[in-house]
Every structure is written in C-alpha cells, then in structure tokens.
Design a protein around this ligand. Structure first.
Ligand SMILES: NC(=O)c1ccc[n+]([C@@H]2O[C@H](COP(=O)([O-])OP(=O)(O)OC[C@H]3O[C@@H](n4cnc5c(N)ncnc54)[C@H](OP(=O)(O)O)[C@@H]3O)[C@@H](O)[C@H]2O)c1
Length: 142
C-alpha cells in the first residue's frame, strides 16, 4: 500500500521503517520543499499525520482535499510546547482534525507508543498488542 507520512521526525521515521519492512511504500511530506506535504498526501492511499499537535491546522490545510475518502491516521498527543494539555475534555486532537478534513476517515493510533518502539512493534522482547493479537491470543490464566 502507498502511505503518505506527513512529518519526518521521530514518529514519521520510525513508522516508515516498520511499514517499509512490512512491504508498504512510503512518501514523506514535511517542511523541506523537496518533499511537499500536498504531494505526499495526494500520492498516499493512506495518510499518517506525524506532526506536533500545534502543526495540525497548517498540515491539514496543505493536505486539503487530497485526504477525501482516505483513512488519515493521527498519531499526535494534544500537548502544547510546554507539554501541557492543549485541548480537552470535550473534544480531542483527532476530532478536531476530522473537522479540518471532513471528507476523510480520521482514526487515532500509535500515540501511546514511544517512537523507538513503533519501528519494531516491540518493547524489549515483548510484542506490542495489536488487534490481531487481541483477537487470536489465548486468554492468560488468572
Ligand atoms: N516522539 C514520540 O515518542 C511520540 C510518541 C507518540 C506520539 N507522538 C506524537 O507524534 C507527533 C510527532 O512527534 P515527533 O516526536 O515525531 O516530533 P518531531 O520529531 O519534532 O517531528 C515533527 C515533524 O513534523 C514536521 N512538521 C512540523 N510542523 C510542520 C508543518 N507546519 N508542516 C509540515 N511538517 C511539519 C517536522 O518537519 P521538519 O522535518 O520539516 O522539521 C518534523 O518532520 C507529536 O504530535 C507527538 O505528540 C510522539
């Protein structure tokens, strides 16, 4: 699958590593004019927004109608630069992004996992939970 990743920092790079290993194609969009956000968004069948919460308005504006009908994954934690809660408790970062991209299908994912673990899907030797594991692994004994 073609995945446009907006943001080439800790999370964007880590997810690109893991997704490439799984056979997906990646195109980055960020502030480097050689890798424009609009181009990555248009190219991607799925779009991952891997930018700080404060950049959501700028990046969704650049993504624009390229996201129409596509799944957009928001990885952000809604924090200010001082690491304080930026929004809540009546809305969320993903809900605000959904309002900015009304014809996209916005979902939240990966935000509770540190970037170094996103590239491997593991913490130490422990495989991180996924929907596949959640539905197939045997329940642990009490
Ligand atoms: N770091 C983690 O372990 C972690 C874990 C879970 C969730 N998160 C969340 O993931 C998001 C990204 O975190 P990060 O650690 O990857 O941040 P980061 O390393 O600072 O990378 C941010 C990326 O966003 C890009 N960017 C910023 N403003 C932009 C704009 N206006 N237009 C286009 N691109 C823009 C930057 O572009 P340039 O390349 O041009 O500078 C950079 O590539 C945050 O919302 C954070 O809360 C982080």
């Amino acid at each position: 699958m073609k995945i446009g990743i907006i943001g080439k920092g800790n999370v964007g790079s880590a997810l690109a590593m893991g997704l490439s290993r799984a056979g997906h194609e990646i195109k980055f969009g960020h502030r480097d004019p050689k890798e424009p956000v609009a181009e990555a968004a248009k190219w991607g069948e799925v779009i991952i927004l891997a930018v700080p919460h404060g950049a959501a308005a700028d990046t969704t504006k650049a993504v624009g109608s390229a996201a129409d009908g596509k799944t957009v994954i928001d990885v952000s934690n809604a924090l200010t630069e001082n690491m304080e809660l930026a929004i809540g408790f009546t809305t969320s970062a993903a809900e605000e992004i959904q309002k900015m991209l009304p014809k996209a299908h916005v979902v939240k994912a990966f935000n509770t996992v540190f970037a170094p673990n996103q590239s491997t899907g593991k913490v130490g030797k422990e495989q991180l939970a996924s929907s596949w594991r959640a539905t197939t692994r045997k329940p642990s004994k009490p």
